[in-house]
Design a protein around this ligand. Sequence first.
Ligand code: GLP
Length: 239
Amino acid sequence: MTTERPPAKSDRLRRHLAGLLVGELAPHERLPTERSLAEEFSVSRLTVRRVLDELEREGRVYRVQGSGTFVSEPRIHKSVELTSFTEDMRSRGLRPGSLEVSCERIPAGADIGYALRISPSAEVLHIRRVRTADDEPMCLEHSYLPAELVPDDLEPELDGSLYEVLSARHGLTLHRAEQTIRATVLGPDDARALDAPPFSPAFLVQRTGFDARGRAVERADSLYRGDRYSYRLTIYRDP
Ligand code: GLP
């Protein structure tokens, strides 16, 4: 015969607090005081403190000395957002644009083919754009998309966001990307396109983007002017 133990008072308190944290209280709202929790659940202040210590270690609450215990921001598992140039510039209060847009079908070649998981002889759509922020050249972008995924006549649609066009009109939505960022300098042609002095510093951002089915949708080389662009991240530390 098994006898079920009634839940300990501290378990009831833990469950109650967990409920408050997932539903009732918003991030940065204050939890009830230790004293009121102790009274409500008929436990000692020490028990309340231990339960709160545990929640603090899990990163679900934080304490401010003299003020109380507060709900933490929800943990973000996706550490970096996959944004488009358009979204990135808008979030900085800048107006995104594109100049000198060109579009051509070419064989993928070894490097792009490898990145896109297609044969080097398969066709890709090569899109070249000078990306502007408030009408100033910011980035020279070469995107390569497997030709079989996109229609021939994409060019007229490319005055705005490529990602918006791909998702809204062609059902291709990026889900995940592998990306590297490294320092470089602008060669004379790239410098001319970006209206910058030759050999001035730049960031090269290389991205391979995949859709939710795991298909490689885009390989892109984005060359940002080092004097105009800073790479922004919001990063989180596990408790
Ligand atoms: C970023 C990415 C590119 C991508 C672009 C799409 O710049 N590094 O890989 O092509 O965003 O931006 P938009 O949707 O504004 O055309």
